[in-house]
Design a protein. Structure first.
Length: 105
């Protein structure tokens, strides 16, 4: 399950778990829905994600879409190579908006 840390300066920070496959999708969805309900900008940390599948990416994509529709900013503190590859394979760059890899402008 993703871990939500305390709100820091009006922002909810969520550290994604290493495993974002189908078994983790319901808990991830619940955590992200709670963040949406908080009405504050959300910061996601995807640096520890080592396994991801379509279900996990669908949850992140739906969250990004819903946050945008609610006018909530979503930012990333980082993203693992596994997370980046999954987003690339499914063509979700524009929707999920991962940060550029280090050293890339």
């Amino acid at each position: 399950m993703a871990r939500k840390s305390s709100k820091d300066s009006g922002r909810a920070t969520i550290a994604l778990d290493a495993d974002l496959r189908i078994g983790a999708a319901p808990a991830l969805r619940d955590t992200l829905l709670a963040a949406l309900g908080g009405g504050t900008p959300v910061e996601l940390d995807g640096t520890t994600v080592s396994q991801v599948d379509t279900a996990g990416l669908q949850v992140l994509a739906a969250f990004s879409r819903d946050a945008r529709a609610a006018g909530l900013a979503v930012s990333w503190t980082g993203a693992s190579d596994s997370l980046r590859r999954g987003v690339a394979v499914l063509g979700l760059h524009e929707l999920i908006e991962l940060p550029a890899p280090a050293g890339v402008n």
